[in-house]
Design a protein around this ligand. Structure first.
Ligand code: FAD
Length: 447
């Protein structure tokens, strides 16, 4: 009995690519289906634009993994309900398993009044925009001069980095529910923007909330020492913080554009040893002309898996073994059954959690579960697997999809590298799907 299977992996970000490696290492063949033309996910289109060493290092690793002849890449194909290809189609085509590593493509809202105003954006859309991912790369963003970023994690730092260093706007105001110690960004990341910190404003802000910090046992002197430095913000561009503030309303002007943000002032209380924000009922107005939500993302419900509160529902049953296999299996709460043969990993399993290393580890753990599952099933011959891949290609062709293969990605990357060299930069990306497909077609034709 053959133990080799054909597996569909949906999403070629870090999780999907490292999953592919684990599956091919176990002797299986993988069809890696990706929405974007190029592989890499947020490693390509999320990690900050100037992190050359990290981006080129990951690109090389991904290229090596995808070079395995057992890995078959299909770019520019979105899987989901109302798409040319659904998870059900993949199952019906006889894939041994379907692994969903499509990241967290849904956006979270705060649900406050005015959040549909012009100039309110989600961090991921902005990040995709400045990292040149179509169609976000071509979209116009009304950024303005004073931007509120809601949230205090590393994504906030990346956006502030783009706004202050590259867009050269006047002011970024970071709005956070709790205080300075509850930051979620890394100090090493903060170094990209700390030259813009308005130290006088930070001192005033800590003085303003000092009593609240003391009330939960925090040392105001130590916080001031850590946060407040000497000197003026570089080139007058200011980075300020409004702590203990929860946005309640986006105030728009007559043209429907952001004119200010209203926020409720919070106090902090201790609950089970943790600080929790509690509204005071008092509000304040923060003068900004753009608001960016950097509050994390949720998975994309249109993939068609059971979905609840921003996440795919996974099997609650604790099964024995390491890793817990149930955590990687979507689960239908209505039938109370795990979905047979479907698995989730990376940010599709745990939205917006962790760096590339965490997505990699999650995919590798998950593929232990998938490999164990496949070992219990009868596989197929190389010929049968090739026939299935051909049938899939045929089906996509019939539906009019312009599928991009591994060889096409290499042609595109070759063209982009030449363009980068000509421009004397380390990186160059075509910013529309049409242009990328045109370049691929031209290279295929030997032009
Ligand atoms: C702004 C930002 C900055 C970051 N900076 C760093 C950093 O500096 N260092 C670091 O280590 N980590 C960084 N990270 C974290 C890192 O990018 C993630 O940990 C990692 O990319 C998650 O991997 P993933 O494969 O689960 O998801 P993703 O990277 O999101 O990949 C998902 C893939 O699925 C595809 N896809 C989506 N929907 C579908 C669909 N319906 N059908 C088919 N394909 C689909 C997408 O095209 C994409 O290729 C950053 C993240 C963000 C948001």
């Amino acid at each position: 009995m053959s133990k080799q299977h054909l597996v569909a992996v949906v999403g070629a970000g870090p999780a999907g690519i490292y999953a592919t490696r684990k599956l091919t290492e176990a002797g299986h063949r993988v069809v890696l289906i990706n929405r974007d033309i190029k592989p890499g996910g947020l490693a390509e289109y999320g990690i900050f634009v100037d992190k050359e060493k990290m981006k080129t290092g990951l690109r090389k690793q991904f290229k090596r993994i995808l070079a395995d002849p057992r890995a078959f890449y299909l770019g520019h194909v979105t899987v989901g309900l109302n798409q040319p290809l659904s998870l059900k189609d993949l199952q019906a085509m006889g894939f041994g398993a379907v692994v969903v590593t499509a990241g967290a493509q849904g956006t979270k809202k705060l649900g406050i009044e005015g959040e549909d105003s012009i100039g309110v954006y989600h961090a991921k859309d902005v990040v995709y925009h400045y990292n040149s991912l179509p169609p976000f790369s071509e979209r116009h963003f009304e950024i303005g001069r004073r931007v509120a970023i809601i949230g205090m994690g590393n994504v906030m730092v990346d956006i502030a980095n783009w706004l202050l260093n590259l867009k050269k706007i006047d002011q970024v105001v970071v709005v956070a529910r709790r205080g300075p110690l509850e930051k979620a960004y890394d100090d090493s990341e903060f170094e990209y923007i700390d030259m813009y910190l308005d130290n006088a404003d930070m001192k005033q802000e800590i003085d303003r909330i000092g009593a609240q910090l003391t009330a939960v046992g925090q040392d105001v002197g130590a916080i001031t020492q850590k946060m407040v430095r000497q000197g003026e913000p570089l080139e007058g561009r200011r980075l300020t913080f409004r702590y203990l503030c929860s946005p309640t309303k986006v105030i728009a002007n007559e043209q429907g554009r952001v004119a200010a943000l209203e926020a409720e002032e919070n106090e902090m209380i201790l609950q089970d040893g943790k600080t929790v924000a509690k509204g005071t009922g008092r509000t304040r107005r923060i003068e900004v002309d753009c608001v960016i939500y950097a509050i994390g993302d949720q998975v994309d419900a249109s993939l068609g898996l059971p979905f609840s509160r921003g996440a795919f529902v996974t099997n609650p049953e604790k099964l024995p073994g390491d890793p817990n296999p149930a955590a990687y299996q979507p689960y239908d709460p209505e039938t109370k059954k795990a979905l047979d043969g479907i698995f989730v990993a990376g940010w599709s399993r745990n939205a917006s959690v962790g760096l590339v290393g965490v997505a990699k580890q999650d995919a590798e753990r998950g593929m232990k579960v998938v490999n164990a599952y496949l070992a219990t099933k009868e596989g197929g011959s190389a010929g049968e697997m090739e026939a299935k891949i051909e049938a899939l290609m045929e089906m996509l062709k019939k539906k009019g999809a312009s599928v991009v293969t591994k060889a096409d990605v290499e042609l595109l990357e070759g063209a982009e590298q030449e363009a980068a060299k000509a421009r004397k930069t380390w990186d160059f990306k075509y910013t529309s799907d049409e242009k990328m497909l045109e370049v691929i077609a031209a290279r295929r034709a030997g032009q």
